[in-house]
Design a protein around this ligand. Structure first.
Ligand code: C2E
Ligand code: CA
Ligand code: CA
Length: 672
């Protein structure tokens, strides 16, 4: 899996912005909050000034005005003011930092303030006729102070400008008139000045309020834009980390989660596991029903897998048909195997979509941290190795990477090293195993089986060195040498005996390799119709169109195509029928129990019947006993291969052991 640019850890979301306290509130509300904060600080001063003013006026008018006016009224007003002062001090120092829920409550409280200020203004004004010019001047100043308090409250209450202006200027009009009447022009000037100042204060405060409102509006817009940008960033982050089809985290996210997990666990050393689930059978669905159906199946896979996701198990789509797993808890190998089995069972349930039924097979491989590796690449590679191992086991169990896998990795790299250095002409040889027709008592063909004897490593099993050759692209060189040797040997056999040659998936996937194969056949002098090419379902399914083209090219030449190891892959005869195949070879695993187990007999019987219906011949592989031969004959399969008829021998032994001896008579007792 290719690593893309580093993403984020699962818990690390996209960048989040720190918003001010009134994030999300409407600008008007935010404005009120700011003003409320100001009032909490300023109103106690206002009430304090009103009380001091009242005391001052009461003292200066105590002698000149009636007692009820000079003393009683200010006592009532000041008591009310003191109560309000106490209230606001409590608000100021003991809490209520936030605007009380309903804006109306604030309006009522400010209305009270304004009312008291008006009450003061009226009382002060009532004292105006008493006392001398200084006392009247004092009254004018006190009225001004009360008016200021009133303006202060009214501005917040958004009382109309005209009303606020009127409330602030009107109280001065009678004083101006009185002073003109009593010819105290200096007093007229002072009162007029105060009236103008009060009017100006209305405008100043109103302007301040409007500018503040604009500021709050632009701040609100800015916050809104930031929120939108944050949402967009979050959405982009999500899209960049999610697989669009399955809606699971994608490979990039998987790798960054793995990196983050490694980082966190490097300190604690507690274990976790990396896993890979690989789904087989999607390609045939694509070929049979089209990519839309395949995509629907993938969506359903995503849905099923998301049900298995929890904080401890992360599942991501890491490849076309591969899903990465991070098991964040400390698990044992057997727990992982159980988990793999459960997930496989979940995914292998039939997919019933658009009136069609699809079945998939799933393999699972796991690697444990820190045993299998301490860096992401090692862990992933080992989970992949375990997966490949799981595929070769036919019991479908999940595989957890273990020490013996470590040994086989070492062994594989050793094989690769010596295979690269090998003198292929010298070290490779071919053995031939007969394919026998029991009904006609004749050998149909010999299958060519590769052998390698390395001067350093000794004899290596073809399963091992061919897998390495396939993975490392060395296979073409091997195929060329092996085919040439096979055809050289077959040239010495009687012309009615065919030769069967195994092709690898990579041979089928390369047009060049097929051209080389055709050229070798044509140059060998052996009639192409004597040659069978054996291919496996897995090799075909990797790229069905290309494989189909390759097979057609071989068939055009005159060769036949055998489908090898049938029953171990997808076993989709409907799909296989679209390929140019002549013969199906039933895998050895079905033959092993055929003599004893009725189920095995039924399975083989079904395959044989299907082959007959599709006009395909069939061959049973791995036949070792006479009872297996008889059981096969009973289900209608006459052509067989296996140790019962002969082990693989050298090319020259083919003639000596099978053709020129009385081999056929020896096996005549096979018939039921
Ligand atoms: P295969 O094509 O299924 O070949 C049959 C394998 O089963 C051979 O193993 C053969 O020796 C073994 N066999 C035959 N009869 C019996 C039996 O009665 N009982 C048992 N237990 N085994 C039996 P071998 O030679 O080790 O080959 C293994 C695999 O290697 C082959 O499986 C084939 O897939 C691959 N292979 C062999 N030669 C070549 C080759 O030249 N090219 C390619 N691409 N693959 C090859
Ligand atoms: Ca074969
Ligand atoms: Ca086979």
């Amino acid at each position: 899996m290719k690593k893309q640019t580093a993403g984020h850890a699962r818990n690390a979301g996209p960048m989040r912005f720190a918003f001010p306290r009134f994030v999300g509130s409407k600008p008007a509300v935010a404005l009120k909050q700011v003003q409320y904060d100001a009032f909490r600080t300023e109103l106690p001063f206002l009430y304090g000034i009103l009380i001091l003013n009242a005391v001052g006026l009461a003292i200066t008018h105590n002698q000149s005005a009636p007692t009820w006016l000079a003393m009683d009224v200010p006592i009532v007003l000041s008591t009310a003011c003191a109560l309000r002062l106490a209230y606001w001090l409590r608000v100021r120092f003991t809490g209520f930092p936030h605007l009380p829920g309903a804006g109306n409550k604030v309006r009522v409280r400010l209305g009270l303030g304004a009312g008291l200020a008006i009450g003061y203004a009226c009382w002060a004004f009532a004292l105006y006729p008493y006392g001398n010019a200084f006392a009247r001047c004092h009254v004018a100043v006190s009225v001004f102070v009360a008016v200021l308090g009133c303006i202060f409250c009214l501005t917040y209450m958004r009382v109309r400008l005209v009303v606020a202006g009127a409330v602030s200027i009107v109280p001065f009009a009678p004083m101006v008139l009185f002073s003109i009447e009593s010819r105290e022009y200096a007093l007229t000037a002072i009162v007029t000045n105060l009236a103008i100042m009060a009017g100006a204060m209305v405008f100043v405060l109103r302007g301040y309020y409007d500018r503040l409102a604009d500021l709050m509006q632009s701040q609100h817009d800015l916050v809104k834009k930031q929120q939108e940008a944050a949402l967009l960033a979050e959405e982009n982050f999500r899209l960049a980390n999610v697989d669009a089809l399955t809606l699971l985290p994608n490979g990039q996210r998987f790798l960054s989660d793995l990196d983050a997990l490694l980082l966190s666990r490097s300190a604690t050393h507690s274990g976790f596991a990396v896993g890979i689930l690989e789904v087989d059978g999607l390609k045939p669905l694509n070929d049979l029903f089209g990519h839309e159906f395949r995509d629907r199946v993938l969506k359903e896979i995503g849905r099923r897998l998301s049900l298995l996701t929890n904080p401890d198990v992360i599942i991501a789509r890491t490849g076309d048909r591969a899903f990465g797993l991070l098991v964040r808890s400390n698990v044992t190998a057997s727990q992982l195997q159980d988990m793999g089995t459960m997930m496989r069972a979940h995914l292998e349930q039939p997919y019933e979509l658009s009136g069609r039924l699809a079945r998939l097979s799933v393999s699972a491989g796991f690697a444990l941290y820190p045993e299998a590796g301490t860096v992401a690449q090692h862990l992933y590679e080992r989970a992949e190795f375990a997966l490949q191992h799981a595929k070769t086991l036919r019991n479908g169990r999940a595989v957890v990477f273990a020490q013996n896998h470590e040994n086989s990795i070492r062994r594989d790299s050793e094989i690769e090293l010596h295979l690269r250095r090998a003198d292929l002409e010298q070290e490779l040889s071919v053995r031939f195993q007969p394919i026998f027709d029991v009904a006609s008592k004749g050998i149909v063909a010999f299958e060519a089986l590769a052998r390698w004897k390395s001067p350093v490593l000794g004899v290596i099993s073809p399963v091992d060195f061919l897998a390495v050759a396939e993975r490392t692209h060395l296979i073409h060189a091997l195929t060329t040498v092996l085919l040439r040797k096979t055809l050289d040997a077959a040239a010495a056999w009687p012309p009615q005996i065919r030769v069967s040659f195994n092709l690898s998936a990579r041979d089928l996937g390369s047009a060049e390799a097929i051209d080389t194969i055709i050229n070798i056949v044509l140059a060998s002098g052996i009639a192409p119709h004597r040659i069978n090419f054996e291919v496996t379902e897995t090799a075909l399914i990797n790229d069905i169109d290309r494989a189909s083209e390759a097979l057609l090219a071989l068939k055009r030449m005159g060769a036949q195509v055998y489908l090898d190891d049938f029953g171990t892959g997808y076993s989709n005869l409907n799909y296989i029928h679209r390929l140019p195949i002549d013969v199906v070879k039933i895998d050895r695993s079905f033959i092993t129990d055929i003599a004893e187990q009725q189920t095995a007999q039924i399975v083989v019987q079904t395959i044989v019947d299907l082959c007959h219906r599709l006009s395909l011949e069939c061959i049973a592989e791995g036949v070792e006993t006479v009872s297996q031969v008889n059981a096969l004959l009973r289900v209608g399969c006459n052509v067989m291969q296996g140790y019962f008829f002969g082990r693989p021998v050298t090319g020259s032994d083919v003639v000596d052991s099978f053709v020129s001896t009385g081999f056929l008579e020896e096996h005549s007792g096979c018939q039921p």
